[in-house]
Design a protein around this ligand. Structure first.
Ligand code: CA
Length: 334
């Protein structure tokens, strides 16, 4: 136990250090919008042609459960909105409850989508959700498919997570040794506290955990089945009610020695007993619609270019995946 308390202390120290780095402005992500000089360069800063990410409909990025968008000093989708805007996309990053049920978050998002449509004069949006944002964007597409061109789930908790089962005390009996279970539970607690900066979980955390649990997700999927694979680990329908469905995810836990989240995600990832996962979600649970890939060498935080751009240097940069996807949507006329 002492070992894990020590690990937790070192993780907290590391995270505070990472935050200070960002606060001191050492973040190297380029201010892409302002880098477009009046002379208009031939290519974007990523070497791509102008208009590469210029989708017909606005792109709406929706954050996940842990809600560090609201407490840390940097954006949740680190550097991603700017990269998409540089290539011509119109991007929105609405706030929904950091910790709440999928349905509550979905209703909040629907209101935000309607505002976005009013502001832009467009008829539809492209929704991209990370983690709990995956099921959340699916809600809007399910109840108002007429307002949605596409749904994309990144590291989405579409079939729940054993991590939430453990938080709720619902881990299958005998699935893990008691010692490991205690360690993982401690690490999850540390992770949630770290990212929310709240030593005690808010009351609605239980509702959120239910949504993210295996049983809660199955219940949700029966009510909102669009794009969800009917097999254990296959693909889902590519198009439902006129909405295109996509997903991708990572399947690695430890990717960058400088990122203080990596040791925690590595420990939590042990919950899955060797099944392919990104530290919080299994590859199979992330599947929705067309599976672009489910095994990038990225962990759950890398998928949104966190912590502050500390990602796997030997893998495609996560920002590039969002750019490529915007280009894919553009190519489909979305
Ligand atoms: Ca990382």
């Amino acid at each position: 136990m002492h070992r894990f308390n020590a690990a937790r202390r070192s993780v907290i120290t590391g995270l505070v250090f990472a935050i200070l780095l960002v606060a001191c402005g050492t973040d190297e992500s380029p201010p892409t919008e302002s880098s477009a000089t009046p002379e208009t360069p031939q290519l974007l800063s990523a070497g791509l042609p102008p208009g590469y990410t210029k989708t017909q409909y606005p792109i709406v990025l929706v954050h996940g459960f842990l809600g560090f968008d609201s407490v840390l000093l940097f954006e949740y989708f680190h550097g991603i909105p700017a990269a998409l805007r540089e290539g011509g996309a119109v991007v929105f990053t609405p706030q929904v409850s950091a910790i709440n049920s999928t349905e509550v978050r979905g209703e909040q998002l629907l209101v935000e989508v309607q505002k976005i449509l009013a502001v832009t004069g467009k008829s539809k949006v492209n929704l991209i959700g990370h983690s709990h944002g995956g099921p959340t964007v699916r809600y809007v597409a399910s109840v108002r498919p007429d307002l949605v061109a596409s749904v994309t789930s990144v590291g989405g908790v579409n079939k729940g997570s054993l991590v939430s089962d453990i938080v709720l005390g619902l881990a299958p009996e005998g699935s893990l040794s008691n010692t490991l279970l205690v360690s993982i539970t401690e690490a999850i607690g540390a992770l949630i506290s770290l990212l929310s900066f709240s030593p005690d979980l808010p009351q609605d955390a239980l509702t959120a955990q239910h949504s993210l649990s295996t049983a809660g997700a199955a219940q949700y999927n029966r009510a909102f089945p669009e794009g969800v694979p009917t097999s254990a680990c296959g693909e889902g329908d590519y198009r439902v009610n006129g909405v295109a469905y996509f997903s991708w995810s990572g399947a690695r836990q430890y990717t960058n020695v400088l990122d203080p989240l990596d040791p925690v995600l590595t420990l939590v990832g042990l919950a899955f007993g060797g099944e392919k996962n990104d530290g919080l979600v299994t590859a199979c649970s992330s599947h929705l619609g067309m599976v672009i890939r489910d095994d990038y060498a990225m962990n759950h935080a890398d998928e949104i270019n966190q912590t502050a751009g500390l990602v796997n240097l030997f893998e495609t940069n996560p920002v590039s995946l969002y750019r490529q996807h915007a280009n894919r949507l553009k190519g489909l006329g979305l």
